[in-house]
Design a protein around this ligand. Structure first.
Ligand code: G3H
Length: 255
């Protein structure tokens, strides 16, 4: 049976921050501070840094690299885009898909995100699927309806074998970059709900093996309590992943 430690992942999403020079210093700084992380640590880096950060992490056990987006088509006239095959050839391990910033600024919806998830899995890249509700939805207590629909549309067409590979990140939009964190209880409730949905659809073995990460103003000060919840397997960290010491402290939280 998969344990909570087996599911542990701390991923940093650098978003559109750090130049290639700064990114290398940041990644190396984290590796130097946490030589043998418990679970997996992922750097989600800007496209231009993928190859370099992959080389830098190659000898560092427990460290992986994620792209922040990817196109759903195999190839073609899509200027500015990057395919799953390109990521696979560069040995990139993960791709963040469905982040709320891509939903907001690039109009991505769960039908498109589903196509991207399937393309990533077909190429051997692990998708980190992001879902989460906006503030008005939380205030009207409709978060389970909205997140449930996101999960259903983006993940339900997958085979159990495909689903077993997916990482889910619950990121309440109202907590992203706002300094407002979901309480450990709010995070736990939603993570348990997501795991139950996956269990209903794909079976309990798959649901118990999947990593469900929390994202939204995770810091060293709140990571231990959040990661200590039964269904919170780690975090997808934005702002605090840009500081080597802060991110190292989050990686070590609760260990
Ligand atoms: O992908 C990461 C999330 O958007 C969280 O960002 P944040 O930690 O800056 O709130």
């Amino acid at each position: 049976m998969t344990s909570k430690t087996d599911r542990r992942i701390v991923a940093g999403n650098w978003k559109m921050n750090t130049t290639p020079s700064e990114g290398s210093v940041l990644a190396q700084g984290v590796i130097d501070k946490v030589a043998a992380p418990v679970g997996k640590v992922i750097f989600g880096v800007p496209a231009i840094q993928l190859v370099k950060i992959k080389q830098l992490t190659a000898a560092a056990e427990g460290y992986y690299v994620a792209a922040q987006n990817m196109h759903q088509k195999a190839d073609g006239a899509f200027t500015g885009e990057m395919s799953a095959a390109m990521l696979a050839d560069a040995r990139i391990d993960y791709v963040i898909l469905g982040h709320s910033e891509r939903r907001q600024y690039s109009g991505e919806d769960d039908t498109l995100i589903n196509a991207k998830i399937v393309a990533a899995l077909d190429a051997g890249i692990i998708p980190i699927y992001c879902c989460g509700e906006k503030l008005d939805i939380r205030e009207s207590n409709n978060q389970n309806v909205v997140v449930g629909k996101q999960i259903e549309q983006a993940l339900s067409a997958l085979s159990p074998k495909q689903m077993a590979k997916v990482v889910v990140a619950y990121e309440p939009v109202w907590a992203i970059g706002t300094g407002k964190t979901a309480s450990p209880q709010q995070a736990q409730e939603m993570h348990a709900f997501i795991r139950q949905m996956i269990s209903d659809q794909f079976g309990s073995e798959i649901a118990n093996g999947i990593s469900i990460l929390y994202g939204g103003s995770v810091k060293a000060a709140n990571a231990e309590e959040l990661f200590g919840m039964a269904d919170v397997d780690g975090g997808l960290v934005g702002g605090a992943s840009l500081d080597a010491q802060a991110f190292a402290d989050i990686i070590k939280a609760g260990q």
